[in-house]
Ligand binder design. Structure first.
Ligand code: PHE
Length: 334
């Protein structure tokens, strides 16, 4: 390429580079690339120096023009950027002020509050327990032996201290039994933690409701009635049906998985939905807790609140709850 083409190309590219610089830092970069000590103008100056006297006479004018154009484009852009910065700093007193955004109760907290209200109405105490828990309360006193898969590192967040993040709210059962006298009824709503891959239907922390009741002559019938009352209240329907399937949890005997449906509903609850685990408290768990299983019986259940809330509000991704995107959460203002 000849010197004349080089000069024209430099002018074109240089002006484009300068006008593309949107802030002072990129303008400075452009200046160094074009006008700096090793910049492109210097390169061409060198080439120009080596040109024949004839060429110099011919191209001198163009050379000066290109240099001038780049320098003044640079100055113009600099002025414009600093004027823009001054504008940005100025206060426009006529601008409407952002209106206050009203906060809202998290959809899980809303359902949690309803659940607590329903159980208070049935004479339950609302209690809580620690998230950081001991092996003994999360597992041992619940008749979960050392080699039980639930203790697996795959499911449990173990801390360096040997403690763990509770994997279920049943830990509150084992904390409570030694310190209360039957009869009693207790309900816990709280976070639990599992070492799981997060996807649309699993989170590594979620919310459980755990209810447990100990008295004389308690039967599965009481358990079923209680669950029905809870679900009917949360879903605000009176046609709730429940179905029990035998299942295994080491701390209950017998143990069940409960499915729920509401035949009149048009939503997901028109069909059976698996909702919770429950059973009659295992006699071993009672006696470890200092309660005589020959005198007392009781039931316990544990239910994930996210699932219920997702079905109730037709939410299809559990990550909405903890994702921190307020646009998602604000849809559920109470
Ligand atoms: N803790 C059990 C779970 O997290 C649920 C459960 C609670 C089952 C109480 C029976 C009785 O899966």
């Amino acid at each position: 390429m000849g010197l004349a083409e080089d000069l024209n190309a430099l002018k074109e590219e240089g002006l484009a580079l300068i006008s593309a610089a949107g802030d002072e830092a990129s303008l400075e970069e452009a200046r160094i690339a074009l006008l700096g000590r090793n910049g492109r103008v210097k390169d061409l100056q060198k080439a120009f120096g080596q040109a024949s006297p004839e060429e110099k006479r011919e191209l001198g004018r163009l050379f000066n023009e290109v240099q001038q154009a780049i320098k003044s484009a640079f100055e113009d852009q600099k002025d414009q950027l600093s004027a823009g910065a001054a504008d940005a700093g100025a206060i426009d007193v006529t601008e409407p002020r952002p209106t206050h955004r009203r906060g809202s109760i998290h959809p899980i907290s809303q359902v949690a509050q309803e659940v607590e209200r329903v159980f208070s109405g049935m004479g339950y105490d609302i209690i809580d327990g620690p998230h950081i828990e001991e092996d003994e309360f999360n597992f041992g006193r619940l008749n979960i032996p050392e080699d039980h898969p639930a203790r697996d590192a795959q499911d449990t967040f173990w801390l360096k201290t040997g403690k763990l993040l509770r994997t279920h709210t049943s830990s509150v059962q084992s904390r409570t039994y030694p310190i209360v006298e039957p009869p009693f009824r207790k309900v816990v709503v709280g976070k639990v933690f599992r070492y799981e891959e997060v996807d649309a239907t699993h989170d590594n922390n979620f919310t459980q409701v755990e209810g447990f009741l100990v008295d004389k002559d308690i039967t599965v019938g009481h358990l079923v009635g209680t669950i029905k009352t809870m679900i009917a209240a949360v879903l605000q329907r009176d046609d709730i049906e429940v179905r029990l399937r035998p299942s295994f949890f080491p701390f209950v005997e017998p143990g069940f998985e409960v499915d729920v449906r509401s035949p009149g509903s048009s939503g997901k609850f028109a069909n059976w939905v698996e909702l919770l685990g429950c059973g009659m408290i295992h006699p071993k768990v009672l006696s470890i807790g200092g309660i005589d299983p020959d005198v007392y019986t009781g039931f316990a259940f544990g239910m994930g609140l996210e699932r219920l809330t997702m079905i109730r509000h037709d939410i299809n991704d559990i990550r909405l709850f903890n994702g921190g995107d307020l646009r998602g959460l604000h849809q559920f203002k109470s």
